[in-house]
Every structure is written in C-alpha cells, then in structure tokens.
Design a protein around this ligand. Structure first.
Ligand code: ZN
Ligand code: ZN
Length: 411
C-alpha cells in the first residue's frame, strides 16, 4: 500500500535560532507540541535548504522551490504573483505590481502610507477599474483590492517592460516620486508612462469618491492615492497537473502564496477568518484541507502567523502560536491514504526579525516511509533524522516516489 494523496503543510517561518527570551531554546524547541512530536515519531525527518545552503529565501521563491519550480527560472518578482493572488488572471507578458492605498495631503506629500489602515476598499477598486482609461497607450489593466489597505495592478498590452521604479516614497511627509524606467528600453519607458497616467487618473477618481468624502467628514484619512511597487513580468508556468499528474488546491491567507498556488494551477480555497496572523482561523484551515483531500490529490496549506511573530521579534508569541498550531492538527492524524509533509519555507529568527538561510525542519508521515528514531519536531531533532539534509527542489521528487507516481530513470 502507498499513500494516494499529499498534504504539504508549510509552517511559514517556523524555524529559528536560539532565543535569549526562551533560555536559549528556539520557539519550536520551547513549545509543547505533542501532535507534531507524534507525527515525527511515526514518520521520517530531516532538514532542508529550501533554495540552497546559505541562501536567504523569500516566501515566494521558497514556495516555488518546494513545489518543484526552480525560482531562478520561474521567479520574475513579487508583483505578478501578488496580482494573481488578488484575483487578476495573469497571462504571460503582463506586468504585475503590488500596491496599496495611501493618503496624499493637500501639499502633495504622503500623510499616511496605509490610509489609516483602511479595509473594505472594494468599492474604490471597482471605481478605478471602471474609470481609468489607458487606451491611449493601447493598454488594458486589472486592478483589485487585497487584504486591508493592499491592492494589485496588472497591465496588459504590446511592448511593455518590467524594469520600472515605484511611486512609493517608503516614508511619510514626502512627495511620491514619479515612476521611472530603470533602463533606456522603449518598453520600460512605456510601462513607466502608463503607470504615471494610472496613478494620476486613479487619484482624481479617489479624491471625488463618496467613500473618501465620508472618511474625510469623519476625520479619517482618505484613501486617495495608489502606491505601486514590485513590478515584474508574468512568465509561463507549466501546471501542476501537467507536470506531476496531480490535481491540487491551495489554502493560504497571504495573497502571495495564493498567487503562487494559482499560477501553477492549484485551486484556491478561501477560508473565513484566515488572516495570516496569530489570530487566524486554524481550525477552519485544517478542516478545509481535510475536505479538499477528499476530492483532490494534493493540497498546499500555508500557516503564516509564526513568521509574523518572528518579524516582530516576539519569541514568546511565536512559541504560543506554535502551540496553537499543534493543538489544531488532530484531524490530520485521522487521514488515511495521505502522505503528510510538514516543513518550513525558511527560518525567521526572532533575533534578526527577518528570514535567514538556516535550514528548516522537514517531516514525512504516511504509508511506506522509513521511520527513523526522531521523536520531536524541532530544528535539532530533525537534523538527526533519516532524510538528512535536502535541497527544497528534492522534495517533490521524493513525494512523487512515495506515492508511486515517479518515473523510473533508466531500464
Ligand atoms: Zn515565508
Ligand atoms: Zn517573513
């Protein structure tokens, strides 16, 4: 018997370095994790360099690597992936940007880069989508709200280049710069001109929008300008189904991860109350994954909160959230026929408040795995495991082999 389905559970930024706040333990070591430990005891463990030794991964590049898409070949920047994740269907050659609503003062400077952390911007985005006209450039566009003050823009048309700067001044009290081409190529100049026109027209629409007038009358900062950044050209992604003959779903709160799932053809399954923070609806996400596995061959489930706590440098909150994750996992122990893969996408040490190149723990649980002697799911115990130390691109081949879908190399 071999497992039939695969659940790839990515605990975002789960691994760490020794933390002074936890008596020199990592949050994963310090946390009580009886269920993860049981899975480790019954499974095979190892550590993984999701991209390569010494390379600090972003969440985007590491997820591409875990899914078997070499980031150096497929990654063209965060913009196109965010745009796809926000609900814009990205086609090859389109230029994607991440963006956010901000407040522009009467003096032309940015008063608030997040427009008072506005949420519910759907009406504004719809007005921009309807009102802005870039036909002068021969360009059509998609513009969508993301979570909170976030949004995404994508441009479609002939002769567009991705090498352009941002209009986000990255701080308040200054005038937003115009978008500039980063090369002297005509294509990049065209994109920059279209971006500036987009910003100008959308600003006019936003200034007059009833929602913003109401905000101003209430003393709230209006969301009257769109800041865009992270330009990238959408590439071609062979779908998961073509590549592995697996049909799959993605469950993630972060639009970046949703976008990665969608560009490789995974079905996006929204979950109410999934926030990407430590207050997320863990039960709902796990239940959705279990439900999807009844229909699909593969589910990518990303849980983000630990990464966020580590970016805030908060080792205790990270440890507590890990304990909450563990307590929510019991439905996974009931899965039959499933190869369960648990790993991080990168380490996020609380001491550096950013991602590091330290390898992540990895655990495989299911029919046929060569159970090793590891009894705890943490950075140090997993380093003693039977999988030793793997590159992230080896994960999918190992998974395919275990579910009997690998091709034989040779006779
Ligand atoms: Zn991450
Ligand atoms: Zn992070």
């Amino acid at each position: 018997m071999t497992a039939r389905t695969v659940l790839l559970l990515v605990l975002d930024g789960i691994s760490d370095r020794p933390c002074p706040d936890l008596n020199g333990k990592t949050p994963l070591q310090a946390a009580a994790t009886p269920l993860l430990d049981r899975l480790a005891t019954q499974g095979v463990c190892g550590i993984m360099d999701t991209i390569g030794p010494g390379i600090r991964p972003g969440s985007d590049t590491s997820h591409l690597s875990l899914l078997g898409y070499p980031p150096e070949r497929y990654y063209t920047g965060r913009g196109p992936l965010e745009a796809e994740g926000c609900g814009i269907h990205m086609e090859k050659g389109m230029i994607g940007f991440r963006g956010n609503y901000a407040t522009l003062g009467k003096d032309g400077t940015i008063l608030d880069r997040r427009a008072g952390r506005i949420h519910e911007t759907w009406e504004l985005s719809a007005a921009i989508q309807q009102g802005v006209d870039l036909s002068l450039f021969g360009i059509t566009f998609g513009f969508c709200s993301g979570a909170g003050h976030r949004a995404a823009l994508a441009l479609k048309g002939e002769g567009l280049g991705p090498e352009v700067s941002s209009n986000d001044p990255k701080r308040e009290g200054v005038v937003p710069p115009v978008v500039r081409p980063c090369t002297d190529r005509k294509a990049d100049r065209k994109t920059a001109d279209a971006c500036n026109e987009f910003v100008r027209q959308s600003h006019e629409i936003l200034e007059d929008h009833p929602l913003n007038r109401t905000r101003v009358s209430r003393g709230e900062p209006p969301a009257n300008i769109v800041l865009i950044r992270g330009a990238g050209e959408m590439g071609y992604f062979e779908s998961f189904e073509e590549r592995y003959h697996l049909r799959g779903s993605v469950i993630a709160a972060a639009t970046l991860i949703t976008g990665i799932g969608k560009v490789v053809g995974l079905r996006h399954v929204p979950v109410a109350g999934a926030t990407g923070s430590v207050d997320t609806n863990l039960k709902g996400k796990i239940a959705a994954a279990v439900r999807e596995l009844e229909q699909q061959d593969f589910v990518l489930l990303n849980i983000k909160g630990a990464d966020e706590a580590a970016h805030d440098g908060n080792a205790r909150v990270k440890k507590q959230f890990i304990e909450r994750i563990d307590a929510s996992l019991s439905p996974l122990l009931e899965l039959s026929d499933c190869l369960l893969v648990v790993c991080g996408d990168h380490s996020t040490p609380c001491t550096i408040r950013d991602h590091s190149a330290d390898p992540v723990p990895l655990l495989l649980h299911g029919e046929g795995v060569r159970v090793d002697s590891v009894q705890r799911f943490d950075e140090f115990s997993c380093a003693q495991g039977g999988l030793h130390r793997l590159p992230g691109l080896s994960l999918m081949p190992i998974v395919l082999d275990l579910i009997n879908k690998a091709h034989k190399y040779g006779a």
